[in-house]
Design a protein. Structure first.
Length: 135
């Protein structure tokens, strides 16, 4: 008989299960509290554009910054974004965020274009127009 089988208290399987649970719990809490789990909005944007427009514009700016840092913008400074990405980030219905994108485009905050086959939606924030919101 080995030493572990002679000891009293929780067995090896319990310890492994407990370790697995704590590891899973730690990962779940870490992901829950990371910035990826939250939508961070500017109070100025929310006051001037409303919450839904602010969510969509903030998402597009986040994606723009990502593609810019990765040097993956097109030659005209655009990046592609899918409806699925926007929906998952914002939690808004397809018709709602499409209307918001059209409004942001009409107000001059973003430019959009369909490119390629099959067609993909490309976006570019208009930084000058966005900066005017903060003046």
């Amino acid at each position: 008989m080995n030493q572990l089988s002679k000891t009293k208290g929780p067995g090896i399987s319990f310890c492994r299960s407990f370790f697995y649970f704590m590891s899973y719990y730690h990962n779940a809490i870490s992901e829950l509290l990371s910035q990826d789990g939250y939508i961070i909005l500017s109070h100025t944007l929310v006051k001037k554009l409303g919450i839904n427009k602010s969510v969509i514009l903030s998402y597009l700016l986040t994606r723009y910054n990502y593609y810019r840092k990765e040097k993956k913008l097109t030659t005209d400074g655009m990046f592609f974004c899918t409806d699925i990405e926007i929906s998952e980030y914002s939690g808004l219905a397809k018709n709602t965020y499409r209307n918001i994108i059209n409004e942001l485009k009409a107000d001059g905050f973003i430019d959009t274009m369909l490119k390629g086959l099959p067609a993909k939606k490309y976006c570019k924030p208009n930084m000058e127009q966005i900066a005017r919101l903060f003046q």
